[in-house]
Design a protein around this ligand. Structure first.
Ligand code: RFL
Length: 402
């Protein structure tokens, strides 16, 4: 129920969503003394536990560290220096750190979110409102936008007036929908496969990421912590997670990740078992009026190459820079160029994901042409130092702003 005169707040920037994108923008604005309010639909406990990403690229970690937001990450995260394909019963290791000069940091997303909330809300007293209901954006194409929401306990509607709205509310948020039809173009691409995403309560069974390419489908292994390992199994589109019993999952993982000289997989209970459709979308431009989209609200990248969180951080850094230039120097060039600057990296990462998807899924596609070209890509990658170097640079996200 709407209240006749909503409780009113005035701030500079309303940030919708307390994921990695929203919290990074919030910390950077607050650190520079620009007022903001973060509105988050879930509770703090929930977002600090929601399992998702784990791989962060070194440039993203270094950028957070420059703003004092990566102390715990640098203290606790493992780094990974190599990457492994398994097929035809053999292991093929690519030393990505040696080839690119950079590493992946393995830091579960809930820990990153916990750190960013603590830095913003606890250490610097930032305003974040959890559990808000029915968030709506108003007049984002005018000079005085506002965001309203209902208090989760009383139902009272609140109105927050602002100069800008940062739409950081992920793939299922409301910000993107505030842009009228025809003002942005949403492009979709479906890889035509699904992955069963698994979190096993078991220590990792290899040092780096392992992709097992097999004609029955892909199997993948990614370390998360000394106690938890993420596994993926390619499954038929539309498959139900319930069709995959504990025994069936481990059977398939053993088959698809088998290779001479590989450490045997350590099995464990499966704490998460969800089917993800491997699809992508991009919204262009990522801005409308005084609304700027950042992270998954603007682009979804299937987790094939572990890119989404890194893109969310890239957007957030660019958006915070652009907003700070506006407030501190009256310079709006960053805001005007925000979308184009983000999209350069977004399209590079989408292209890399599509390339990698073909390599990973070609063998099981049932299509001789795709299987043949995927095998050719693998031979080139493993047989040519320059191809391996280019791959490592894209995999770790260096020089991806082209
Ligand atoms: P998030 O993290 O979805 O945060 C959005 C926040 O907005 C809130 N929200 C709302 N708040 C207010 N009002 C509303 N109406 C709202 N609607 C939603 C939500 O509750 C949430 O708190 O988006 P953000 O910040 O853009 O971050 C994006 C990343 O979360 C995402 O790209 C990654 O998790 C993708 N991803 C990976 N990325 C990597 O870079 N490396 C990885 O290793 C990696 N692994 C993964 C992944 C995603 C996965 N899933 C679940 C699709 C592994 C998996 C399984």
């Amino acid at each position: 129920m709407s209240s006749p005169s909503p409780a009113l707040t005035r701030t500079s920037v309303v940030i919708v969503g307390a994921g990695p994108a929203g919290l990074t923008v919030a910390n950077l604005l607050r650190g520079a003394g620009v007022g903001c309010v973060v509105l988050e639909a879930e509770s703090r406990e929930f977002i600090e536990r929601r399992p998702r990403a784990g791989f962060m690229e070194e440039w993203a970690v270094r950028a957070l560290a420059r703003h004092g937001l990566a102390d715990r990450l640098l203290e606790r995260a493992e780094t990974q220096a190599e990457f492994e394909f398994r097929f035809g019963g053999e292991r093929h290791v690519l030393r990505t750190a040696e080839l690119s000069g950079s590493r992946h940091f393995v830091y579960p997303q809930p820990l990153l979110v916990t750190d960013l909330v603590a830095a913003y809300a606890d250490a610097s007293g930032g305003d974040v409102r959890f559990g808000v209901r029915d968030v709506r954006l108003h007049e984002v194409d005018g000079d005085r936008p506002a965001v309203t929401y209902a208090d989760p306990v009383t139902g009272v509607r609140h109105l927050v007036e602002c100069d800008f709205v940062a739409g950081c509310d992920g793939a299922r948020g409301v910000s993107r929908a505030a842009i009228p039809d025809g003002r942005t173009v949403l492009t979709r691409y479906d890889h035509g496969v699904s992955w069963l995403a698994l979190l096993a309560e078991a220590p990792p069974s290899a040092d780096g990421v392992v992709f097992g390419i097999h004609e029955s489908g892909l199997g993948a292994h990614m370390a998360r912590s000394p106690e938890i390992t993420r596994y993926y199994l390619q499954v038929a589109p539309g498959e139900q997670a319930g069709n995959w019993s504990h025994a069936r999952v481990w059977d398939a993982l053993h088959t698809r990740l088998a290779a001479a000289g590989a450490r045997p997989l350590t099995e464990g209970p499966l704490a998460e078992k969800v089917v993800l459709d491997m699809h992508n979308y991009v919204v262009e431009p990522m801005a409308y009026g005084r609304l700027y989209l950042a992270g998954d609200s603007a682009h979804l990248v299937a987790p094939i190459a572990a890119k989404g969180l890194n893109l969310a951080i890239n957007d957030a850094l660019l958006l915070a820079d652009a907003l700070l230039a506006h407030y501190k120097k009256g310079d709006d060039r960053g805001l005007a160029g925000y979308s184009a600057a983000c999209l350069r990296r977004v399209w590079q990462y989408l292209e890399f994901s599509q390339w990698l998807s073909e390599v990973l899924h070609g063998a099981s596609s049932g299509d001789r042409f795709r299987a043949g070209t995927a095998a050719a890509r693998l031979r080139r990658l493993l047989g040519s130092q320059s191809a391996a170097k280019a791959f490592a640079g894209l995999y770790i996200g260096e020089e991806a702003d082209m």
